[in-house]
Write a new protein. Structure first.
Lengths: 309, 249
């Protein structure tokens, strides 16, 4: 049977998490269909059709899908779900929002946030904030799966030439509607996909001091992240939180500044290739996972780092 | 209106769990257990809505072994009015939990159901969404603000790109994110009072829900440990190592 991957996008372009999810899907089977549901999203469907290994693109374009409302998107996916052995989506806030509805409406259990595909029905996933890795087998006829994108390489965006089939059915709930959004506009690379991330914690003391991180980030082409404590204190917005309950990142280089290294924070970054910690407390747990640790006051270290780069 | 809050007993968030030697599961023997932090936020939100006069009654439900009653009592001490314990030695998967909660929803007919967005043990982030679909209710997940207005609720959601606000027609489901509120501490008199609040016990069989799961855990392993690296003396040494040793600059 075929595999359905539900694309994540902003109606203009595919989110990089989709390409990584496609790699995970390719390890489950080979007849891969991609569903692009959006509004004014023809470019996304065309982009998906070019991805290597995609056999067919299903395109549903309607105002009902413009903001990826879970009620509408899940109803659409369920309407075609019976044709598939696997329904797969990235474990982004969008995927987390609609996929469990798909699972329950098909009366199957879901496997969340997989980091490896062992076989078509067996997957590995972190539990307890990544302090344990479970290998689970799913005996459902339709396997509903969300994928931790950072654990997979991106599928090649070029090389495919899938046909695009239009889906005309519209599922529009009258019980839920989109009111508005506050999207942080940033020139920086996307936190989840950046190859260098520099994050600040409570030690930054306030939002203004994040300028010190920005100057370093400018030199490195880095994305900026934060600990929960920094977000809770209002230094920076929620979309910068790295951790068990925030974003998962796995860059080549992660620099933690003024972050103690609580297990919930480590859960979001400990798969980074190289970890650097700058902290004035030499006992801080972050040093236990850091490849390079610098015991220093960040207000001295950050300007020095900026000028050394 | 009536608010139903679902809560889960989990490992305390400060505890670093260990994997059993036979790799069958994590070892929860003699480990401190607590109310899942996101569920605590859910209880707090419901109690605040009651204090504001938006809700008249807050009912809390938990599924799991007898010991779950401790967490129900904690929720009652935080201000919930009555508890329902669905007793089961075996921990059901999210699908079965959603089915059990759906039965409780049909019995209790709440206008709002508040759950945590995820439990910090299985980290699934599924139950609220599953319940919403089963109960045919709209959902506002990962909430950082909840405003009830007549027969609608506006929910501001923490999403990858920032914040999104949706409007839902009641009855609806809300799942909580970290910044929705800061839960209070239960006072001693309230802890004493909670002991006398009503607590109803049922079983999954009473509700006609099977706990059979199609998902089996084959193995639980410790993650690859990172070992601590080296301490560098200053920024110059750090940059040198990042360039020449790690080759990431
Ligand atoms: C359910 C739940 C979910 C959570 N999810 C997350 C999550 O997703 N992500 C997350 O990050 N946390 C999460 N947390 C919170 C986590 O437990 C910690 O509270 C949080 O990570 C601490 O942030 P911090 O390291 O910035 O602050 P602190 O622990 O206060 O550490 C601040 C550090 O800064 C250092 N410092 C201070 N001043 C300076 C200076 N001038 N120079 C150098 N160093 C300095 C200090 O030595 C200290 O180590 C969660 C908690 C719970 C209960």
């Amino acid at each position: 049977m075929s595999i359905l991957v539900v694309a994540e996008h902003d109606n203009k372009a595919l989110n990089p998490a989709t390409l990584k999810t496609l790699t995970a899907a390719q390890a489950m089977g080979d007849d891969i269909h991609v569903l692009v549901a959006g509004e004014g999203s023809a470019d996304v469907a065309a982009e998906a059709a070019k991805v290597a290994g995609v056999a067919k693109v299903l395109h549903a374009d309607n105002a009902a899908y413009g903001h990826q409302l879970a009620e509408n998107l899940s109803a659409l996916v369920v309407s075609i779900g019976k044709n598939y052995s696997h329904i797969v989506a990235p474990a982004t806030t969008t995927g987390k929002n609609f996929m469990p509805r798909v699972a329950v409406l098909l009366d199957v259990a879901q496997v969340s946030d997989i980091i490896a595909v062992e076989s078509a029905d067996t997957f590995r996933r972190p539990i307890y904030a990544g302090n344990a890795i479970a290998t689970v087998q799913c005996a459902e006829d339709i396997k509903v799966i969300t994928v931790r994108a950072t654990a997979f390489d991106a599928a090649s965006a070029e090389g495919g030439s899938a046909e695009i089939e239009t889906l005309d059915d519209v599922f529009a709930s009258d019980k839920a509607s989109f009111v508005g959004e506050q999207v942080a506009a940033s020139e920086r690379p996307d936190l989840s996909a950046a190859s260098v991330v520099i994050s600040g914690g409570r030690g930054m003391q306030n939002g203004e001091n994040f300028v010190l991180l920005e100057k370093v980030a400018d030199k490195l082409g880095a994305a900026i992240g934060a600990s929960r404590a920094a977000v809770d204190a209002g230094f920076v917005p929620n979309d910068m939180q790295v951790g068990q309950t925030g974003k998962i990142v796995a860059p080549d280089l992660y620099i933690a500044v003024g972050i103690s290294g609580a297990i919930q924070h480590l859960a979001g970054m400990k798969d980074s290739k190289i970890i650097v910690a700058i902290n004035k407390d030499e006992e801080a747990p972050i040093f236990q996972v850091a490849d390079y640790g610098l015991v220093a006051d960040l207000f001295d270290a950050l300007p020095e780092l900026e000028s050394a780069l | 209106m009536k608010i139903l809050v679902a809560v889960k007993r989990v490992i305390d968030y400060n505890v670093k769990v260990r994997v059993k030697a036979d790799q069958s599961d994590v070892d929860l023997n003699n480990v401190k257990m607590a109310l899942n932090p996101f569920c605590e936020i859910a209880v707090e939100e419901a109690v605040r809505l009651k204090e504001k006069g938006v809700a008249e009654e807050v009912v809390v439900v938990s599924i799991g072994p007898k010991a779950c009653q401790e967490q129900i009592r904690t929720a009652l001490a935080l201000g919930a009015d009555r508890g329902i314990h669905v007793e089961s030695e075996k921990m059901p998967d999210s699908l079965a939990v959603a089915k059990i909660l759906n039965k409780i929803v049909s019995e209790e007919a709440p206008q709002l159901v508040i759950l945590g967005k995820q439990s910090i043990d299985s980290d699934n982030n599924q139950t609220g969404q599953m319940l919403a679909a089963l109960a045919d209710m709209p959902q506002g997940t990962f909430a950082s603000e909840v405003v009830v207005d007549g027969d609608k609720v506006q929910v501001t959601r923490e999403v990858d790109g920032g914040l999104q606000t949706v409007e839902l027609t009641l009855p609806a489901i809300v799942t909580t994110d970290l910044r929705l509120n800061e839960p209070r501490y239960a006072s001693l008199p309230n802890i004493m009072k909670a002991k006398r609040k009503p607590l109803d016990v049922k079983t999954p069989e009473d509700l006609g829900v099977s706990l059979d799961s199609k998902i089996s855990v084959l193995k639980v392993e410790a993650p690859a440990e990172r070992s601590a690296g080296v301490k560098v003396a200053d920024i110059a040494e750090l940059v040198e190592k990042l360039k020449n040793e790690a080759k990431v600059l």
